[in-house]
Design a protein around this ligand. Structure first.
Ligand code: FES
Length: 148
C-alpha cells in the first residue's frame, strides 16, 4: 500500500466513525423532562384570597386583574354571601374586560356588546364561548375564589 492510499483509508475511516456523532450533535431532537406540578401550580388550584368584604360591598363588584389564577371579577355582597359569583372577566371574543350590569343581571362586553349570564354562558354574540367561572366564598372579612 502506498503512503497516499494509506492516508486516504485513514481519513475515510475517521470520517465514517465520526459521522454518527456529528449527526447526533446536529439533531434537533431534544428530550424534555416533565416535572410534577410545582407548589405554585398546586396553590392556584386552592382557594385564593382576592380581596376584602369591604371592597366587595362598596360597589357589589371586585375586579382583580392579577390574582394568582388570573383576572377575576367577583359580583355580589356579603349580605347575600351564598349568591356571590366569580368569573374571569376576559371576553372570549377578543379579550376586552366585561362589566357586570346589576340591573340586567348579566355581564356586558364594552367592545362589541357580547352579553353573558351570571354563570358565564353566552347570551348575545359575537362571543361564542362562555366566560371561565370560579367558585367564590366569603370567610370572615375576606373574599376567596377557586378554579372550578
Ligand atoms: S371583545 Fe367582547 S364582544 Fe368583542
Amino acid at each position: 500500500m502506498k503512503r497516499r492510499e494509506f492516508f486516504n483509508w485513514v481519513g475515510l475511516g475517521l470520517l465514517a466513525s465520526s459521522l454518527p456523532v456529528a449527526i447526533a450533535a446536529c439533531s434537533s431532537d431534544t428530550t424534555t423532562t416533565t416535572t410534577a406540578s410545582s407548589p405554585a401550580q398546586a396553590a392556584t388550584k386552592d382557594w385564593q384570597k382576592v380581596g376584602t368584604v369591604a371592597e366587595l360591598d362598596k360597589t357589589g363588584q371586585l375586579l382583580v386583574q392579577d390574582s394568582p389564577i388570573g383576572a377575576v371579577l367577583v359580583v355580589g355582597t356579603s349580605k347575600a354571601a351564598k349568591d356571590v359569583i366569580a368569573v374571569n372577566p376576559t371576553c372570549t371574543h377578543q379579550g376586552c374586560t366585561v362589566a357586570w350590569k346589576a340591573n340586567k343581571n348579566h355581564f356586558v362586553c364594552p367592545c362589541h356588546d357580547a352579553e353573558y349570564s351570571g354563570d358565564g354562558k353566552v347570551q348575545k354574540s359575537p362571543a361564542e364561548k362562555p366566560l371561565k367561572t370560579y367558585l367564590a366564598k366569603i370567610e370572615s372579612d375576606s373574599v376567596f375564589v377557586k378554579p372550578v
